[in-house]
Design a protein around this ligand. Sequence first.
Ligand code: PRP
Length: 186
Amino acid sequence: MLGEYHIRERIRQEEIRQQVQKIARDIDSDYRDREPVLIGVLNGVFLFFADLVEALVIPVIIDFVRVASYGPRNVSSGKISFTKDVEVSVKGKPVIIVEDIIDTGLTLSFLVDHIKAREPESVKICALINKLERREKEVDIDYCGFTIEKGFLVGYGLDYNEQFRYLPYIGSLEMGHQSEESVHDN
Ligand code: PRP
């Protein structure tokens, strides 16, 4: 229990660490001698992004974006706007968008369109968690830590009303009836 909430551990700190290392090795080998621009999507990505960048051997450029969404999330990506846009130049450069979690896919599809309009050499997607149950827009994830079917996830950057981002593991916030869920590494 954390205060009035029950959080069930889903992904242990050590499992996260191992998957972050694995993603870093894959990026190291794909981007040798290329210095990609890593763009983190705030706020949820802060721990994953820092751990990933620390684990990489290759040099990278880093930047962040923050987006706000208005109205019903499942209508269109036109309801998403930036509260902080990309500041570094990505033109002609390899870009990797780094997300903590992909849920409906609307944020990512908005970001990919926005970044492609700036004419990068390439755009790849890196996400710690690919959560499937609410997907609206198909997204191709190039580097993925874990695929999770469902659940309200908190910890390791993920929040519930800004709480629980600090937890070193990923858990589900249990509210009332909870059905069976599955997690698997990628
Ligand atoms: C989360 C997450 C992604 C987005 C994914 O951010 O970090 O950016 O939602 O959801 P989607 O696939 O349904 O678009 P959130 O808006 O909760 O903000 P936060 O990162 O500050 O927690």
